[in-house]
Design a protein around this ligand. Structure first.
Ligand code: SAM
Length: 197
């Protein structure tokens, strides 16, 4: 059943049919084998509108997993999205999920290349979807030179833990806009960096 799911998504990916992927699998029990949150078509428009408004034309997604979300964002919005994953044996083992975008790998402690990517991030929004590593989140923000941050994850009452959560207080950042993913209790929160005083 699980393999059928992965194979069906791969077929739709080859057909560039992201709409069928999100509409078919948003509530599918095994969905997080490939992706934790399947946004709605409206969510993609919301994301695009926020990023255009805030002067971003690309996204750097940290902890992107298979990259399925990142590929769908590019297909749905035209925004360029690249994805970073932590290096490890998992991504080279035969049970690892397929990759929908080329992955950029980093060491568990940020390496030179990743720091340089974060420091040269004009017009780039930093995305964390169902990220689960609070200390690493802080490190990424410390080196990030851009002004827009997106956190996708569970709201109150979803009963799932992530770090960060979409509505955690993020020092030096202010919530700009938010939207629920259908009626799933998952949220997309878009933050702007506070101006320096
Ligand atoms: C719960 S998964 C979410 C994956 C994907 N974003 C999604 O929504 O399906 C969290 C991901 O964060 C990655 N991760 C954890 N620490 C990381 C770090 N320091 N740098 C990059 N990725 C990291 C893990 O390898 C894992 O793939």
């Amino acid at each position: 059943m699980e393999d059928n799911f992965v194979n069906s998504v791969l077929t739709l990916y080859k057909e560039k049919n992201w709409k069928a992927i999100v509409n078919t699998y948003r509530d599918y029990p095994e969905r997080n084998k490939l992706l934790w949150v399947f946004p709605t078509e409206k969510n993609f428009l919301f994301l695009r509108q926020c990023l255009v408004e805030l002067g971003c034309d690309r996204i750097l997604s940290i902890g992107c997993g298979s990259g399925l979300l990142e590929w769908m964002i590019t297909e749905a919005t035209g925004l360029l999205v690249s994805g970073v994953e932590v290096d490890g044996a998992w991504w080279r083992c035969k049970y690892a999920p397929p990759n929908f975008i080329p992955l950029l790998f980093t060491a568990p402690t940020l390496d030179k290349d990743t720091k340089s990517l974060l420091r040269n991030a004009n017009s780039t929004a930093l995305l964390f979807c169902y990220f689960n590593n609070g200390p690493a989140f802080k490190d990424y923000l410390e080196y990030f030179s851009g002004n827009v941050l997106i956190i996708i994850g569970p709201g109150e009452g979803k009963g799932v833990h992530t770090d960060p959560k979409p509505f955690d207080q993020v020092p030096e950042w202010t919530l700009h806009a938010r939207e629920e993913v259908g009626n799933t209790k998952d949220f997309i929160a878009v933050y702007c960096k506070n101006p320096k005083s």
